[in-house]
Ligand binder design. Structure first.
Ligand SMILES: *[C@@H]1O[C@H](CO)[C@@H](O)[C@H](O)[C@H]1NC(C)=O
Ligand SMILES: *[C@@H]1O[C@H](CO)[C@@H](O)[C@H](O)[C@H]1NC(C)=O
Ligand SMILES: *[C@@H]1O[C@H](CO)[C@@H](O)[C@H](O)[C@H]1NC(C)=O
Ligand SMILES: *[C@@H]1O[C@H](CO)[C@@H](O)[C@H](O)[C@H]1NC(C)=O
Ligand SMILES: *[C@@H]1O[C@H](CO)[C@@H](O)[C@H](O)[C@H]1NC(C)=O
Ligand SMILES: *[C@@H]1O[C@H](CO)[C@@H](O)[C@H](O)[C@H]1NC(C)=O
Length: 489
């Protein structure tokens, strides 16, 4: 063989190998993802999803408003001793050890491998993905900006560490995803502040708080950063699929990697996430807040009350050690700790006004919730304003959000395709749940429950509707009576 021929054959062989390799890489990935999906669906329980089981697992997707449900519903129902131990410490986390009834966490669905199989009910809340990304960005900035009281990054980081060990509590900085998002943003804020100092004063030409390069990382940079790719985008889908980079599942990283590389494999992830939503006891929507909360009280709250009353676990003595032993946590709790460097008493807020759980009813629960949530909102707003002052004139307002260029919104949308689809799906489930709950309530014989369910509106409607008939009836009745009277006369 002459050398040209040899060379050609070699090249062809090489081509085949390369080709074969790339095919197998895709095929390999497809197999990995498929296998994961099949396994995940196999473990989905087929028991009655409408009945509350022994353990309630609140899968708290960050920035969906889950914390108000935790503080204002669940904390009013479950005493601290019924909460599962802290889960942020993966090595020690073992809920099966304790007789715990409630787990609220940002951990993803894969934690359920550690929960009693077939005895766990899952609930969650989803939010429009664009709003969730905005909120995640704003919260990253808000928490990070609190550190700007410090003269430099070194002292800020040291202080955070010292506070944490002093409080022995959980801080935002311990918890996924904030443990990545906040330090990243904090470092960035300090760098921009230092640069401003060396540069001297400058006027802020941009009036758009989402794009003030001099002060804070612009939203567009944030969403395009690899860290956001890793933990923000499609976050709800990955969390419900159990595939976040905080997963308990050993193969999750390979599956993630494959889905990232071959986008069409995301369909498998969606399938699993949808199926899990289907099997949840309750799915709420951040946007439909009132309806979601009412439904939560009626669907989940109702069952928790009867379960705890039956098992006599509610109330008495359970709350003896009512310190911050608390185990599940939420954004606000964490912030309290990081925030104690701020002047003033950031109180442990309104959630300590214990309710007499003995005689709890859905009606009382709703009332308690209303009071609690308004307190929580006030605290939240106050802290947000205080924090954003440190990055003035950047200020995240509704009006400013409405002025964000379409291009940025489209970018967020395209980076969150899975979440967009999952959210649509969740809206369907929500509508169905809503209908079922309404039907159930109309079955209920007591007018009282209709009243609770709809905050009085339906009852009033019913009044208005039936009133003409009642009047007609009275009219006929009276007439008839008069006639009989006349007859007698
Ligand atoms: C940071 O601030 C602290 C406290 O003011 C100071 O002691 C330290 O020297 C500063 N470090 C740097 C690198 O400027
Ligand atoms: C998760 O993502 C963050 C941000 O990209 C990264 O720093 C961290 O190492 C990741 N964790 C794992 C276990 O991959
Ligand atoms: C409360 O805490 C104390 C010490 O911290 C402990 O001795 C006691 O057993 C606890 N009581 C309950 C009911 O957990
Ligand atoms: C914090 O609260 C305590 C007790 O209510 C009070 O004595 C103290 O002055 C407060 N501190 C600040 C800074 O308000
Ligand atoms: C529940 O309320 C009723 C009437 O208000 C009261 O008599 C009863 O003792 C209460 N039960 C408990 C366990 O507190
Ligand atoms: C930001 O906007 C809010 C609402 O419009 C306002 O209450 C707050 O004072 C503003 N903060 C700053 C620092 O301008």
């Amino acid at each position: 063989m002459d050398s040209t021929l040899k060379c050609t054959i070699l090249l062809i062989l090489l081509g085949l190998v390369v080709n074969a390799f790339s095919v197998t890489d895709y095929e390999h990935c497809e197999n990995v993802v498929k296998k994961w999906a099949t396994n995940s669906l196999k473990h989905e329980s087929k028991e009655d999803k409408h009945a509350l089981k022994d353990l309630l697992f609140f899968l708290h997707v960050p920035r969906t408003g889950g914390r108000t449900y935790f503080h204002c519903f669940l904390k009013k129902l479950y005493s601290s001793s019924l909460e599962c131990p802290r889960s942020y410490d993966k090595l020690r986390f073992d809920p099966s050890k304790e007789k715990c009834r409630l787990l609220v966490t940002h951990d993803d669905y894969s934690i359920s491998s550690k929960l009693p199989r077939g005895r766990t009910s899952v609930v969650t809340i989803l939010r429009n993905p664009i709003d969730r990304v905005f909120s995640t960005y704003e919260f990253s900035v808000e928490v990070a900006a609190r550190f700007l009281v410090h003269p430099n990054l070194t002292s800020a980081t040291q202080m955070a560490g010292r506070l944490r060990s002093k409080n022995k509590g959980v801080s935002t900085l311990d918890i996924w995803p904030w443990k990545y998002l906040v330090p990243w943003m904090r470092e960035d804020l300090f760098a921009r502040r230092d640069a401003r100092k060396t540069r001297g004063t400058s006027d802020f030409t941009s009036g758009d708080p989402y794009n003030m390069e001099d002060i804070v990382m612009p939203l567009l940079n944030y969403i395009n950063n690899p860290i956001a790719h890793e933990i923000v985008h499609n976050g709800a889908t990955f969390q419900i699929a159990g595939l976040t980079n905080n997963s308990y599942l050993p193969e999750s990283h390979e599956v993630r990697h494959c889905v990232d590389k071959y986008n069409n494999l995301g369909d498998y992830v969606l399938q699993v996430a949808k199926k899990r939503l289907d099997n949840m006891l309750y799915v709420g929507l951040t946007e439909d807040h009132r309806e979601s909360a009412t439904m939560f009280a009626n669907v989940v709250g109702q069952q928790v009350i009867s379960q705890l009353v039956n098992s006599n676990a509610i109330g008495k003595g359970a709350n003896v050690n009512n310190s911050e032993q608390g185990t599940s946590f939420s954004d606000s709790e964490l912030d309290q700790n990081t925030n104690s460097d701020e002047k003033g008493n950031e109180t442990t807020s309104s959630d300590d006004n214990e309710v007499n759980q003995d005689n709890m009813t859905v009606e009382k629960l709703m009332d308690t919730y209303e009071v609690c949530i308004s307190g929580l909102r006030k605290t939240q707003t106050r802290r947000r304003i205080a924090s954003l002052k440190r990055i003035s004139p950047a200020n995240f307002t509704k009006e400013a959000r409405n002025r964000v260029p379409q291009m940025v919104l489209q970018r967020i949308q395209s980076l969150n395709k899975l979440d967009v689809e999952l959210y649509e799906y969740a809206q369907g489930i929500f509508a169905k749940q809503h209908k079922q709950a309404a039907e159930k309530l109309f079955d209920a014989r007591t007018l009282g429950s209709i009243f609770i369910y709809s905050g009085g509106i339906k009852l009033w409607d019913a009044c208005l509707w039936t009133m003409p008939f009642v009047l007609l009836f009275i009219f006929l009745f009276v007439n008839a009576k008069r006639r009989t009277l006349k007859l007698k006369i």
